[in-house]
Design a protein around this ligand. Structure first.
Ligand SMILES: [Zn+2]
Length: 303
């Protein structure tokens, strides 16, 4: 028997429990699921619940139920980021010991005065980089970038090149009071859970160079990346709980899945929208062509 020396495809869908699932997150879930299933791989659900003030009671159960109603199947139980808190702090402390990270005492006011602006937001000039401050709950922790040039090829948007030193500067991995930043949590989890590819919305393409850099500082190999267009409302805003995106309804599963395939550039036959949810999935897995996904930043939501 042949032994496979390459890792089996493992992908994930990682919603935040800030509200029920909406069409924008469905499109991302569909793309990540089809990337995995079409390669006979595995697909996991990770609930990104590290920001309790933004969470909505019952949202986790509602998201999991909707995914099930829409025919998504995972061979594993969902993973919860909240359980990893100690792990995030452990890794941040380890990065400090390795001199890959340091404590920063700058207040918001200081930062507004000293930062310039680049494509990734405020650029930190490295004010505290050599102060050797002892970590404390009053300080944030930043990862060093120096002159790191990050190159990677996105499966939809192609070759990317960012000079993190110039575009971002040393970035926060732990906020005050030891609260992990999104970039720290996602980098550690994606490495530990051993995804071969991360599929997510275009809005996260800009932070991907930071994730790649941080993953390398952690001594791990970054996954491959596929970003897909985000779905926007009439005002051009990303569909989200904040922009009052309507919750997905079980009775609309077939038409919503059918629309998601169209928005992902696939060409499902018209009759498919009247078939069962499972027939739609059978067709989609068999006929999935990621090269047809439009490389546009966003797609307007059609009702
Ligand atoms: Zn500072």
């Amino acid at each position: 028997m042949l032994t496979r020396s390459y890792p089996r495809y493992l992908g994930r869908f990682a919603p935040s429990p800030t509200g029920p699932l909406h069409y924008g997150s469905l499109v991302t879930a569909v793309a990540s699921y089809l990337q995995a299933k079409s390669q006979n791989g595995d697909w996991l659900i990770r609930i990104e619940d590290i920001d309790p003030p933004r969470e909505q009671a019952g949202a986790t159960n509602s998201i999991l139920r909707t995914l099930h109603d829409y025919g998504f199947r995972s061979g594993s139980k969902p993973i919860f980021q909240k359980k990893q808190f100690k792990n995030y702090i452990y890794h941040a402390q380890r990065l400090i010991k390795l001199n890959h990270a340091y404590a920063c005492e700058c207040s918001r006011k200081d930062l507004a005065l000293i930062s310039s602006h680049g494509s990734m937001g405020a650029i930190y000039p490295g004010t505290c980089a050599n102060k050797n401050l002892a970590p404390s709950p009053d300080f944030s922790i930043r990862a060093r970038c120096r002159h790191s040039e990050i190159r990677f090829s996105d499966a939809v948007y192609g070759d990317q090149c960012t000079n993190l030193g110039k575009e971002s500067g040393d970035f926060v991995i732990l906020r005050r009071d030891y609260l992990p930043s999104y970039i720290l949590a996602v980098s550690i989890d994606d490495a530990n859970e051993r995804y071969t590819e991360v599929v997510r919305g275009y809005d996260l393409l800009a932070i991907t160079p930071r994730q790649i850099h941080l993953t390398k500082l952690l001594g791990r190999k970054p996954p491959n990346f596929m970003h897909i267009p985000i779905i926007t409302n009439d005002q051009g805003e990303k569909l989200s709980k904040q922009t009052h995106a309507p919750a997905l309804n079980k009775s609309h599963a077939r038409i919503m899945l059918y629309n998601a395939l169209i928005d992902l550039g696939q060409e499902p036959p018209k009759f498919l929208q009247w078939r069962s949810v499972m027939s739609i999935w059978d067709w989609a897995v068999m006929n999935w062509r990621p090269e047809l996904i439009p490389a546009a930043p966003s797609i307007p939501y059609r009702l």
